[in-house]
Design a protein around this ligand. Structure first.
Ligand SMILES: *[C@@H]1O[C@H](CO)[C@@H](O)[C@H](O)[C@H]1NC(C)=O
Ligand SMILES: *[C@@H]1O[C@H](CO)[C@@H](O)[C@H](O)[C@H]1NC(C)=O
Length: 189
């Protein structure tokens, strides 16, 4: 995960530069319905840390994806980021409320994570708004910020030397953000 974050960081750290570099990906303005497996292959090409099977099953879970164009699939993927972050926020809240005697420093870390996931959720919602308004640069940078926030939650546990209790949530969110960012890059050609 650390390596993935670093490679994403180098991809996304400078958004204007990023979108320049990605011009070499070639103009892929696609009209009409999109073949999900084809799109997910392109997603893994744009971002090699993406998992092809994850991409296909995440997008296919929404029945609308079969009749969506690339813009519709962008909306679907950002919605998945949003529902995932919402669920993770609720999940952490649950751990804290069920009162299991976690060591105080773990509880403190989880409290921080709640904040990070709240912020990430706001950023994903801002990304959705920007995406729908076709402001793809803003959408991309908001999604990237959301990724950094959830990564900061994870780093708290790494620094404590405690096993990260949100591994699967974190992985799923990371993958979903990567799909959305890749779709944005494909749209921008
Ligand atoms: C995937 O990439 C190929 C090759 O660049 C392109 O022909 C195809 O239209 C792309 N498909 C999607 C769904 O992005
Ligand atoms: C997050 O998204 C993935 C892919 O859509 C899904 O498999 C997973 O169940 C979601 N997790 C939650 C907690 O919603």
């Amino acid at each position: 995960m650390r390596n993935q974050s670093i490679s994403l960081f180098s991809l996304f750290s400078s958004i204007p530069y990023l979108f320049l570099v990605l011009n070499c990906y070639g103009g892929l303005i696609v009209n009409g319905d999109i073949d999900i497996s084809n799109l997910c292959k392109n997603v893994t090409r744009v971002d090699p840390t993406e998992n092809y099977e994850f991409c296909v099953s995440a997008l296919e879970a929404n029945p609308l994806s079969k009749t969506s164009d690339i813009f519709g699939l962008g909306v679907i993927s950002i919605e998945l980021c949003s529902s995932n972050a919402t669920y993770t926020h609720t999940y952490i809240d649950g751990i804290l409320k069920d009162g299991k005697p976690e060591p105080e420093r773990v509880r403190a870390c989880l409290q921080d994570c709640i904040e990070f996931y709240s912020t990430a959720l706001e950023e994903v919602q801002a990304a959705m708004k920007a995406f729908k308004g076709k402001d793809y640069e803003t959408a991309g940078s908001q999604l990237y910020d959301a990724l950094i926030d959830t990564d900061t939650c994870k780093i708290g546990f790494t620094e404590l030397g405690v096993d990260f209790p949100l591994k699967k949530h974190d992985y799923d969110f990371f993958q979903l953000i990567g799909i959305s960012l890749s779709i944005i890059k494909i749209i921008l050609g």
